[in-house]
Every structure is written in C-alpha cells, then in structure tokens.
Design a protein. Structure first.
Length: 266
C-alpha cells in the first residue's frame, strides 16, 4: 500500500493495474475492496482501481513488464555486485538506471525522412524524451578513489555501457537462414553502434542510400544523422525494435523480435 501511495503521488491514480499474483498485490486489492464496501463507498467511487491479475505461477503471461524487470535485475547484479550503498545512494542509483531504460528508442515518431525523433517509454511517462546532466567519464578510474556521489555516477556509466551495447546487439540477433532475406530499405530509422556515447544519448539516423557490392548484395549504407551523413556497414546498425513489427511483410534482415518491447519502468 505504501508503494501504491508513492506511485499515485507521483504519477496519478491509475484506472487499471496489471500484475502477477504476488501476495502484496492481492493484499492491496483486498484492502481496497473492503474499503469501498463500507458506508462511504459512494463518496469514493472515483477512487476505484481495477486489478487485472495474470494466472498463478505463469510469469511469462506478463511478458511486457517482466521483460523490463529482467533488464533491470540482469544488469543490476553485474553492475552493483557486492557494492555497499546507503538507502539514499541506492535509490539515486536506481532512478538513474530507470532513466536509461526508459530512454531507449522503440519506433520512429513519423515517416518523414528528415525526422530523427523516436518514441521511447519516457513519452508515456512525461510526454517527452529523457535527458541527463553532462558529467565527465569515470569508467576508466578506480572506484575506490572516487567520492560517494562520484561512485553513483560511475555505476550509472557502467550500467549504460552494458545496457546500451547489449540492447543494440540484441536488436541484431538473428537465426539461421538458407537464403537472402533482402536489404534495409531507404528511409528506415536505425540505431548506430557507438561505444563512446554518454548516457541516455542514442545515435540514430535514417538510411538515405544502400551500396551494393560486386555480388549485388548491399552491406553498406549511407545514414543521415544529426552530425551529417555517415557511411556504416550493416553489422554496426540495426532498425528500431517495433519498426519491423508494424509491417509483417518487411524483409529487413537481422531484426530481433523474440521478446515484446519492454514497458516503461516506473
């Protein structure tokens, strides 16, 4: 109930809550139901919240939010390890990591070839992309020599390096095929691999030209970015995750659609 009150205080009261059958969720549902059955239920009609529970012992039914939980837990274990943090430092660290996950690009906002804006989970939370304050790179320094507030920034940058690289690599996963599945189309918005980007900064662009080789297969493309037109090989670029899902007939190679796009982490 305390967590629900914190959520409502920050995001507003939800109409529907989707969750698993955890005892805390079920207990909150029962407590709210008993409260609404009392005499003053008519005065609290607007306070009603509908709970939608998935079947017991079936976490795969919550694929959308479970994938977000998995992304946090997987990288959190590898980033924090045995690090000892106070409650305030841990809360700050989690909020920074939450912002990184909610900044990931999902799909273009328009079909305009000159438009490089994208839809992210942050748009559902605050209506615009998330940004972060600039900070010097600390990943090359020893964490034992840093001050406490610098340690949080160090952990954030480590988390960003792992998540951003693995997120882009995950979009490029592919299964074995026996024949060519076509090329990336002109106008497709793609994420470009760049290990030197600061946190929450995704280098995106739109393909303006594909360059076929001697065998007629295109493996290189010219991409328009905010820094100008650059040339990259296909192994360093990948389409946004939902872009290929919108058109089942798309022949874009190397698009990973095994997991549903993760929901916003709130």
């Amino acid at each position: 109930m305390a967590a629900l009150n914190r959520f409502i205080g920050r995001r507003g009261k939800p109409k529907v809550i989707f969750s698993d059958n955890g005892t805390t969720f079920v207990g909150s549902f029962n407590e709210l139901s008993n409260l609404l059955k009392q005499d003053f239920a008519a005065d609290m009609a607007d306070a009603q919240i509908n709970f939608s529970f998935i079947p017991a012992y079936t976490p795969h039914f919550g694929g959308i939010w479970e994938s977000a939980v998995k992304s946090v837990k997987y990288h959190l274990r590898r980033t924090l390890g045995l690090t000892h943090l106070t409650y305030e430092l841990l809360a700050t660290c989690l909020v920074k990591m939450e912002a990184i996950l909610n900044s990931r690009p999902l799909t273009p906002l328009s079909n305009d070839p000159s438009d490089l804006t994208f839809l992210s989970p942050a748009h559902f939370l605050i209506g615009r992309p998330l940004t972060s304050l600039p900070y010097p790179q600390l990943t090359d320094q020893k964490i034992t020599s840093l001050q406490r507030y610098q340690r949080i920034e160090f952990l954030k940058q480590h988390f960003w390096n792992r998540f951003s690289n693995e997120y882009v690599t995950g979009l490029q996963q592919r299964t074995k095929w026996q024949s060519s599945r076509g090329n990336l189309d002109v106008g497709t918005m793609v994420v470009i691999k760049d290990k030197n980007l600061p946190p929450l900064m995704w280098l995106l662009g739109r393909i303006v030209q594909v360059l076929p080789g001697r065998d007629g297969v295109a493996r290189v493309a010219d991409i328009r970015t905010k820094k100008g037109v650059i040339r990259r090989a296909f192994n360093t670029i990948c389409p946004l995750p939902i872009q290929d899902l919108e058109d089942p007939s798309s022949s874009t190679p190397g698009v990973y659609v095994g997991d549903k796009p993760a929901a916003a982490s709130s």
